[in-house]
Structure formats: structure tokens, C-alpha cells
Design a protein around this ligand. Structure first.
Ligand code: HEC
Length: 119
């Protein structure tokens, strides 16, 4: 009679842990979205396709602000982290953001890229 209770305990632990980890992942994305919307969308657009007005005022080709382009998709996670933390061309470096925050932004950015790029 020992085995079933051990199994039940194990099952119960999984039953409790699984939703918790899903919840944590969801929370990470929500944090990333909040940061993206407040720190990046002004130039790159809420949908990561680029903000036309910003491009105009920066005197840039709007395509440069589109983060769903192939060149951006091809960059490694490490390169993107470095690029966002350190700035890139006309893009100001994001000194106020911690590496963890940048990581959660990039995670959220991936969901935008997936939503807009056809396979
Ligand atoms: C003030 C406007 C501005 C803000 C705010 C901004 N960016 Fe940018 N970003 C730019 C510009 C301009 C470029 C293009 C730079 C170039 O090519 O000279 C760029 C380029 C990039 C690139 C590289 C694109 C490529 O062509 O390889 C990434 C990735 C990126 N930004 C991510 C972000 C993220 C993430 C945030 C928020 C933390 C952010 N940016 C905030 C203006 C901005």
C-alpha cells in the first residue's frame, strides 16, 4: 500500500507544479510586453513592424525599424542582447534596462516576429 501513495504524491506534485510553471512563463512574457511597449514600441511599433512617424523624424528608411526582417530573425540571442544593451547605429543604448529585462523583451519580441512572419 506504500506505492500508490507515493505515486499519488508524485502526481499531485506534478499537477501543482505544471500550472505554476505555465503561470511563471506567462508572467515573464507579460513583463516583456510591458517593457517592449514602453521602451521599444515608440520606434519599432507595437507590432515590431516599425513606427513610421519615428522613422520620418529620425530621417530613416522605415524598413530599418522593422524588427521582423530576416536579418533580425537571423541574429543570435547573444548578439541581440548585446545590440539592445549597447545600442546600434542610430538606436540609443538601453542603459536603464538590466540584462534580465532585455531578455524578457526579446522573448516577447519573438512572439511578435512569429505572428508576423510566414513560415
Ligand atoms: C529612439 C528610437 C529607438 C528605440 C526607443 C529603440 N530602438 Fe531599436 N533601433 C532604432 C534604430 C534607428 C535602429 C536602426 C539602427 C541602424 O540600422 O542604424 C534600431 C535597430 C534595432 C535592432 C537591429 C535591427 C537590425 O537591422 O539588425 C534591434 C534588434 C532593435 N533595434 C531592438 C530594439 C529594442 C528591443 C528596443 C527596446 C528596448 C529598441 N530597439 C528601442 C531605434 C530605436
Amino acid at each position: 500500500m506504500k506505492m500508490p501513495s507515493v505515486l499519488t504524491g508524485f502526481g499531485l506534485a506534478l499537477f501543482l507544479l505544471f500550472p505554476c510553471s505555465l503561470f511563471a512563463a506567462g508572467k515573464g512574457l507579460a513583463a516583456g510586453q510591458k517593457l517592449y511597449d514602453s521602451r521599444c514600441a515608440r520606434c519599432h511599433g507595437l507590432n515590431a513592424k516599425g513606427n513610421l512617424d519615428s522613422a520620418k523624424s529620425l530621417g530613416l528608411d522605415p524598413l530599418k525599424l522593422d524588427l521582423t526582417r530576416e536579418v533580425v530573425l537571423k541574429k543570435s540571442r547573444k548578439d541581440l542582447e548585446k545590440l539592445v544593451m549597447g545600442g546600434h547605429g542610430r538606436m540609443p543604448k538601453q542603459e536603464a534596462l538590466s540584462l534580465d529585462q532585455v531578455r524578457s523583451i526579446l522573448k516577447y519580441l519573438q512572439t511578435l516576429q512569429k505572428a508576423y512572419v510566414m513560415k
